[in-house]
Design a protein. Structure first.
Lengths: 159, 159, 159
């Protein structure tokens, strides 16, 4: 019996296009029967936020971060050519035209394919994000758990 | 007989400095006898655009992207310190002074060293880029082909 | 006797948050007994700059780069939500509150844990940075040395 191949992705970026790239690679790898982990840290956590407002108790700076950061996959900006929101609209326009899946559906597909979606607890703490604000069915861990996966990984990427 | 070491790079970024880093690592790895693949996706495709205008039929949004994105390696911007075009000029100035190769020559060298340059067909479609607009002698493939290379890779990077 | 696991990180970015992520992963890997190398290239070199002014002889453009680039770990900006310097202050505020180490202490910890900190000589030359301007006790090398480490690496990241 051969062991399964492993792919791990650190999703640090909160850009729509970079998150798309991460999820396309992750879904591809899962389809090719890899064990896949996406470790969401810093701004990458925003891809896991629920898009509704969740009322939780927070300190002042944590509230500020919460307000300033995008709420959920479809509200992320682009890494390039943002053009005050015009760029993301264009990308979503051409994606629709070419039947490409929007990010939130790529996230759903990843969950269906049992990609392990992990939220980095240290940066959740730092940015004041609480479990209630993030998608259901995800894991919570720190850098040690990431490294344990990555050191056995065939493909390890930082996005 | 030992198998060749393998290096794969996903070039997602369309920044001049990041593309330089990608091609310097790729050329270095090829010189050390690695099999090297650069998989160009999203803005990274712009490094493979011909610098002349190529007339192809496109829809409206595809035309817009085509006009807004830089045409070829030497027209990319910097990831930092762009300063309205002053940064790229400075970098190119010091590169010339220190006899460092400009990006388009790093791309040529990669082709001479048989680095496999791949354009991601899914994002070409999305951004409306057509084969006629890209350099000759490159490959076209999707995420499955990338993963097949990367899962055997010794060094896999996302840039 | 089993060989030590190896982690290599190319730190290309000069963003405070990305450098933090790099050093947190590096320190984590060192704690789990990996041999760890951080190869600082392009803007990533700024994380290794001393924070005082060091007088060295430079050409005009090298002087300009020297002045425009941040001097040392604590003067780097953020990759997102910079908000004219407000973002970095907020991040440092919440880091203090949550007892997270600031970057310069993560760098010190890495040195104590014998993480190999390497400055890329080619980009030092390009940006006009001289050894006197960088931290003591670091290594100097080029892409060949990086590749020699990376091709044996279990975890290789480009940040």
């Amino acid at each position: 019996m051969t062991e399964k191949k492993k792919t791990t992705i650190v999703l640090f970026s909160g850009d729509y296009d970079k998150a798309m790239a991460a999820y396309i690679i992750a879904n591809g790898a899962a389809a090719y029967d890899h064990e896949v982990t996406i470790f969401h840290t810093f701004w990458g956590l925003n891809a896991l936020r629920k898009d509704e407002v969740v009322t939780v108790k927070k300190g002042f700076m944590e509230k500020m971060f919460g307000k300033m950061m995008p709420r959920g996959a479809e509200n992320l900006g682009l890494s390039k050519m943002h053009f005050a929101g015009f760029g993301p609209k264009m990308i979503k326009g051409v994606m629709k035209k070419h039947n490409a899946l929007p990010l939130y559906q790529l996230v759903e597909m990843a969950q269906e394919q049992e990609v392990k979606l992990v939220a980095c607890t240290m940066t959740m703490d730092l940015l004041g994000l609480q479990k209630e604000e993030l998608l259901d069915g995800i894991d919570y861990a720190g850098v040690a758990a990431y490294l344990a996966d990555a050191e056995k990984g065939n493909v390890n990427l930082f996005i």
